[in-house]
Ligand binder design. Structure first.
Ligand code: IPM
Ligand code: MG
Length: 372
């Protein structure tokens, strides 16, 4: 029996392309693993009204972790229009499968390293080494949303909060509400994970990126918990920066920062900014990590217009495999893989279009495999 059971769900769009590339590298690494493929993505939304069928969740439960490619996500109305005619108007609502997975498997930590590999012509600067810790299960992604806002809820808000008055006369239909829910536990967990990572990897600072001057209760809770936890890590400084200023500082002096920690929505935003500083989404990997399960995926989306062309940069997917190897405890293989990726980037002989080359995703993966 293989040592690891790994689910491989390419998803749709370029998810398949980058997953084929990742398999080349995985096969070369000769990991003692059994790979199981499963159904997920847009196709299953259209034909079954569920992009993440129950059978897939069941299958995932029988594996150690899961490698994910990419999935097309569309707003509610657009998604509903693409359902098969017999499924239309039956009450199916599209929810992003990756967000659901993060919640159902309690993958509470989203880890997103953004490192400028030497020789990458797309580096904004060559001395950037950022790691984003994004809270992954709550905040604005909690899914507690209303439109229209029920009368009962409006009355409760009016009774409890003076600032609700401004909205009291707005017709229910004209009011939408998305709740930004933070728990103390989740704030503590994500900050602690960030500090632990900083300690283990020698980063000198952890920057909490929120907006407590305006969003007093949720951002405030995160920052207050961060201050307490920081006391347990004497060698590491806690910096506090507002999300808007952080976007500016990251463009001005990205080299000054190390580990960043944020809530779900702000973490989503700074992840893309940090990715662009080191070459764009083609280089941005991520791990969604829980206590006993994890999903590894590139930060990029499914880019449907490039699907099947093997054109997109598979580096983000390959580096996500590296994060998976780390998580599985395969430190040596992880480190070989990262070195091989670094070497291919530095030599610059095989490059996809985003880096100014003409090679395919497969050729880049073969380039990495050849160094391994
Ligand atoms: C990400 C993506 C997802 C998110 C989308 C696809 C739902 O942007 O992983 O950063 O918002 O979390
Ligand atoms: Mg995102």
């Amino acid at each position: 029996m293989a040592k690891y059971k790994i689910a491989v769900l390419p998803g749709d769009g370029v998810g398949n392309d980058v997953m084929d590339a990742a398999r080349i590298v995985l096969d070369r690494l000769d990991l003692n693993a059994e790979y199981t493929y499963g159904d997920i993505g847009w196709e299953f939304w259209k034909s079954e009204g569920d992009p993440l069928p129950r059978r897939t969740i069941q299958m995932l439960k029988e594996t150690d972790c899961y490698l994910f490619g990419a999935i097309t996500s569309k707003p509610k109305e657009e998604a509903a229009r693409e359902l098969l005619p017999e499924l239309q108007d039956k009450g199916y609502t599209y929810f992003s499968p990756i967000v659901r997975l993060r919640q159902e498997f309690n993958l509470r930590t989203n880890l997103r390293p953004c490192k400028a590999y030497p020789g990458n012509p797309l580096n904004y600067r060559d001395d950037i080494d950022l790691v984003v810790f994004r809270e992954n299960t709550e905040g604005l992604y909690s899914g507690v949303e209303f439109h229209p806002v029920p009368e009962k809820l409006m009355q409760t808000l009016l009774g409890l909060h003076p600032k609700a008055k401004k909205f009291g006369k707005v017709p229910q239909e004209d009011l939408a509400l998305s709740c930004r829910i933070f728990t103390r536990q989740a704030c503590q967990n994500i900050v602690r994970d960030a500090f632990e990572y900083a300690k283990k990897h020698g980063y000198k600072t952890v920057t909490v990126v929120e907006k407590p001057n305006v969003i007093r209760e949720t951002s405030g809770l995160m920052v207050r918990e961060a201050r307490k936890i920081a006391e347990e890590y004497p060698g590491i400084d806690l910096w506090e920066t507002n999300i808007d200023a952080m976007c500016m500082w990251l463009v001005k002096n990205p080299q000054d920062y190390g580990v960043l920690v944020s809530s779900n929505m702000f973490g989503d935003i700074i992840s893309d900014l940090c990715a662009q500083l080191v070459g764009g989404l083609g280089f941005a990997c991520s791990g969604n990590i829980g206590d006993d399960y994890a999903v590894f995926e590139p930060t990029h989306g499914s880019a449907p217009k490039y699907a099947g062309q093997y054109k997109v940069n598979p580096t983000a997917m390959i580096l996500s495999v590296k994060l998976m190897l780390d998580w599985l405890g395969e430190k040596e293989k992880a480190s070989f893989l990262e070195k091989a990726v670094g070497r291919v980037i530095e030599e610059g002989k095989v490059r996809t279009y985003d880096v100014g080359g003409t090679n395919t995703s497969i050729e880049v993966a073969e380039g990495v495999a050849a160094v391994l």
